[in-house]
Design a binder for this molecule. Sequence first.
Ligand SMILES: [Zn+2]
Length: 340
Amino acid sequence: MPFRDIAGHQRTLALLGGAASRGTLPPSLIFAGPEGIGKYTAAIALAQALNCERGRGIFGGDLPDAGQDACGACAACRRIARGVHADVLVLAPGESGSIKVDQVREAIDRSAYRPFEGRRRVVIVDGADALMPEAQNALLKTLEEPPPASVFVLVTACPDVLLPTVLSRCRRVRFGPLSPGDVAGVLMRGHGYTPADAHAAAAASDGSIGRALEGGTEDFADARDAAARMLQGVAASVDVRRRLDSARALAAGRASSDRAELTRRLLALSSLLRDVGVLLSRADHRGLANADLKPLLDSLLRSFDGARALRAFSAVDRALEALDRNASPKIVADWLAFQL
Ligand SMILES: [Zn+2]
């Protein structure tokens, strides 16, 4: 997948594409950032940009670092995408969950030769935090002085478990979480989600496509419906008992015993409250995670001022932390009911 088709990370990708075009790319890189946001996809795009036979257009538009993007269609681009290009090696954890020294030695041996079919050899270590210490030590010399025409890309969500000696030899490229709109776009374009399902899943995804795909589409949509109903109930009622009933309904059914279900509902609640905050602050509405529920959000503005929205948002945050620490879903839900 060329840079232009990747969701988000525009500035970072332009930087990489520009450096690849100009031949100024550092030969040892770490792509660091949360799981499921496209780091590996970016590493493949970089391999394509370095080896594409045709090149197509400039990626990054008016950004100062813009550079040539891959075409995505030539033989080299297609072979890289299919994982069968002779000069693009991917190391990943095996069944043991770790990357062993033998795998690393083989990659190093292969990278000592000139590229076989392309211009640059790219060695991608996916899940680099799974490199055994011995394997990391085997990589050290190569990371310091990679063979000419070779690029090493270590992809990881936990760079800090790598040896300091490895970290110090690599240029770190940071990838941040995606915006909810970017996540929803990928779910609709690439995974056949309806707009409502895509927005519901994206809102609870913390900016990670991987995380959005973990739950079933219905789970997220149901969780967001429950959270939206609850907020409407709490907002509409001046009667304390009714409000408590509405709030407690959030933890009804499966959510009363199922930690994962209650967590999904709380994440949806948190994202709705955040959107209320965005609307109240008159910030840019393009940042709304639940833009498809704008009428509902507008109706909530009548009952939530900034202070109440913020208080509720932090209460949900604390409830999520408590669930994370193994507190009982029922107790967490009861506590939360009094905070909204
Ligand atoms: Zn190409």
